[in-house]
Design a protein around this ligand. Structure first.
Ligand code: PHE
Length: 458
């Protein structure tokens, strides 16, 4: 099989800031504002959040540096990078990442579609009038259970993603992120301030800060690990791919740590946005995937220029989601372009089209089709299952494979040299090495074995 040389003429980021923006664009998305709050809500709040932060530090940051180093050292897509560093059998590890990216994109685009639906509502003034928990729940249920809408919105979002990826991720998206991400941040801070100052918000703050560690069970630890990987875009090769475009002389440690820092900051802000408003409106934190969509409309009318806020919020949320779906599609497309010799356009059409087909059951699982809403009598819908399997377990398994490859096959000394390329020292390198070689693999294997052998419910 002749693999065309992917490093030839692949282009790359012009600067560290360009890279940070693109990588932060991938990391910051629905994972922070949508998935983080509801996962924390389902898993007990404060204790989960503390565990999540631990996972970001002990697992997320080391794996981030490992993935970026794999990408920069090989200048290849995930399958190519694993193969070059580990030999032929390791291609399967990269393949798992490609499949996972595809699986995530198929449910992510459905939720991203909801942001478009909400943007439409914001523009047409739905949020200008006061909305209580009941009205907001009804609005959400109406939107997601309408099969035609759900499918059209998901398709529209995938279409947008395909347009950008087909054109190549050039200056446009980088420039846009540069301007829009700071606006998004300011808006989030403003909305979070409104949320924490609502009457009755105190319970939400208590929920965030009260760390009852007796709630921590193996599936909760797995959820925290998975959420850290999901939010940082790790475990499926997005950061290998983006690392492959990273300039050789730039400081990879600063870049990787900055991305992790901003991503975590925004997730925490998401928590401060959602929980106080949720308790103020008298809702339950265990509401699942609809959480942020149901909570937000209850606070817009409480704000001066609430409608403007609503429009800006959903527009920016959709953009944040778009910079993430781009990276998901890019991983799969780069595999077919690099390893199978497909043209970029052809790969975009085939992968995007197939992904749309897989998105349909997810779109229908929110009330449109009862068999998918309560899938096989598990009490969870198809979308939830896709999120758990691809967005938690596959990613955790992918992070494990990265640690084994980098820690034991490529070797932490060689990987460290790759990280330090350009003359930038890796602080606490022995600590990084031990985390990658021992701590992360043992933690991940321990949890996976525990969950599988005890049949602990997800
Ligand atoms: N990190 C993205 C988010 O938080 C989702 C994502 C996961 C993107 C994995 C790429 C790879 O929304």
């Amino acid at each position: 099989m002749s693999a065309p040389s992917p490093s030839a003429g692949r282009g790359g980021f012009q600067s560290r800031i360009g890279f940070i923006l693109a990588a932060a664009g991938s990391a910051i998305g629905l994972g922070n504002i949508w998935r983080f709050p509801y996962t924390a809500g389902e898993n007990g709040g404060g204790a989960f959040i503390a565990l999540y932060l631990l996972c970001v530090l002990a697992l997320g940051v080391p794996v981030m540096l490992a993935e970026l180093a794999m990408g920069r050292a090989t200048r290849k897509n995930p399958v190519g990078a694993y193969t070059k560093l580990g030999g032929r059998p390791w291609a399967a590890a990269g393949g798992l990442g490609v499949v996972t990216g595809f699986g995530i994109l198929a449910f992510y685009s459905v939720v991203a579609g909801w942001t478009l639906g909400y943007l439409w509502h914001a523009v047409t003034g739905t949020f200008a009038r006061a909305m209580d928990a009941e009205a907001s729940t009804a609005l959400f249920a109406g939107l997601i259970s309408d099969p035609v809408w759900a499918i059209v919105l998901a398709g529209a979002f995938l279409g947008l993603t395909m347009v950008v990826v087909r054109a190549g991720v050039g200056g446009g998206i980088e420039m846009a992120s540069k301007i829009l991400m700071p606006i998004f941040f300011v808006l989030l801070v403003a909305l979070a301030i409104r949320s924490v100052t609502l009457p009755g918000a105190g319970k939400g703050l208590a929920f965030i800060f009260e760390a009852d560690f007796s709630k921590i069970r193996a599936p909760v630890v797995a959820a925290a690990m998975g959420q850290a990987m999901f939010s940082l875009s790790l475990g499926m090769g997005a950061m290998i791919t983006y690392g492959s475009y990273f300039p050789r002389d730039e400081n990879l440690v600063v870049a990787g740590v900055s991305v992790a820092f901003f991503d975590t900051l925004i997730a925490l802000l998401g928590g401060f946005l959602v929980f106080p408003a949720l308790f103020a409106a008298g809702m339950e934190p265990t509401a699942g995937p609809g959480l942020v969509f149901v909570v937000m409309p209850t606070i817009f009318d409480n704000l001066p220029m609430g409608q403007l806020f609503a429009v800006a919020f959903y527009a920016l949320l959709a953009i944040a989601a778009l910079t993430s779906t781009i990276s998901l599609l890019e991983v799969v497309v780069s595999y077919f372009v690099d390893e199978r010799g497909w043209s970029r356009s052809f790969a975009v059409y085939v992968v995007g089209g197939a992904c749309f087909l897989l998105a349909v059951p997810s779109a229908l699982s929110q009330g449109g089709a009862p068999a998918l809403t309560d899938f096989l009598g598990t009490g969870k819908g198809w979308l939830d299952w896709q999120s758990i399997l691809f967005g938690t377990y596959s990613l955790v398994a992918g992070a494990l494979l990265t640690c084994i490859l980098v820690g034991w096959r490529w070797g932490t000394d060689a990987a460290r040299e790759a990280i330090e390329e350009g003359g930038h020292r890796l602080p606490a390198a022995p600590l990084w090495g031990s985390l990658v070689r021992y701590v992360c693999p043992l933690a991940v294997v321990g949890i996976l074995i525990y969950v599988v052998t005890t049949g602990a419910s997800f």
